[in-house]
Design a protein around this ligand. Structure first.
Ligand SMILES: [Zn+2]
Length: 258
């Protein structure tokens, strides 16, 4: 049986309430070892904590997502530290998003810098959201000499940017996006990177893979995503599963009290 870790799934959202238990059970039966559940806003933290308390398979991360930056206040940032209790595997999801429309980038940068410093103090890795902002994120990570690593989730940058993140101790997250034949650039980056820096994710409920277009994405899809990406890499599914799981365990250290 393949052991997998879904390094990014928003399983706390209410849309999963009616099927969460069944999904987690199916995942466990098929060999899922853990699912990282990253937070997006202060208002979701208590529910997320409660959801993750229901199963040892669900690994919580707490943070303020850049896409909701108008909602976040300085008090929310100050509250973050108190949520980083034993069993919490990361600070996230945090980052910068300059993809579309209105984005108050200076405010996003302020929130990101503050949360990165909190992660560093807590000796926790970070789950990074990056869209058109990879170089800005690299700059802040270097400025703070942040050395706890993390995952650049749903990677969308260049190979060169991926290599710079790897130099700084980061892993690169791949998922549904790379299952599409048209994703040639992304697949070339996946092939070029060392397998020791690759982790897998679904980003549930978003980024449905090619075989589940138009459906709500779930962590169960990670098994088939692993098969497809192994084929892209020209290696056995067992090898990709084993290596990506080892990488995720090394980063998130789920068995360690923090
Ligand atoms: Zn996310």
């Amino acid at each position: 049986m393949l052991e997998l870790i879904d390094t990014h799934a928003h399983l706390d959202i209410p849309e999963f309430d009616s099927q969460r238990d069944a999904l987690v059970q199916t995942c466990a039966e098929r060999g899922m070892r853990g699912i990282v559940v990253p937070a997006v806003a202060r208002t979701t933290w208590d529910n997320l904590r409660g959801v993750c308390n229901q199963s040892p398979l669900l690994w919580p991360a707490f943070g303020l997502h850049p896409c909701y930056c108008v909602e976040h206040t300085d008090e929310h940032v100050q509250a973050l530290e108190s949520y980083l209790q034993p069993g919490v595997v990361a600070v996230g999801e945090i980052g910068l998003d300059a993809w579309e429309g209105d984005h108050d980038l200076p405010r996003q940068q302020e929130l990101f810098a503050a949360q990165l410093a909190i992660a560093r103090n807590a000796r926790l890795p970070v789950v990074l959201h990056a869209r058109k902002t990879h170089d800005l994120l690299l700059k802040e990570i270097r400025r703070q000499r942040f050395d706890c690593g993390g995952v650049v989730h749903a990677f969308s940058g260049s190979q060169q940017q991926a290599e710079k993140f790897i130099e700084l101790g980061f892993l690169i997250g791949f998922g549904g996006g790379a299952t599409y034949d048209r994703a040639q650039k992304l697949r070339a980056i996946l092939r070029a990177l060392p397998l020791s820096s690759v982790v897998l994710e679904t980003d549930s409920p978003d980024i449905p893979p090619s075989f589940a277009r138009g459906e709500i994405n779930t962590p169960v899809n990670l098994f088939r995503i692993n098969d497809i990406l192994a084929e892209v890499l020209g290696i056995a599914p067992e090898e990709l599963a084993a290596q990506s799981t080892r990488n995720a365990l090394r980063l998130f250290r789920p068995d360690l009290p923090h």
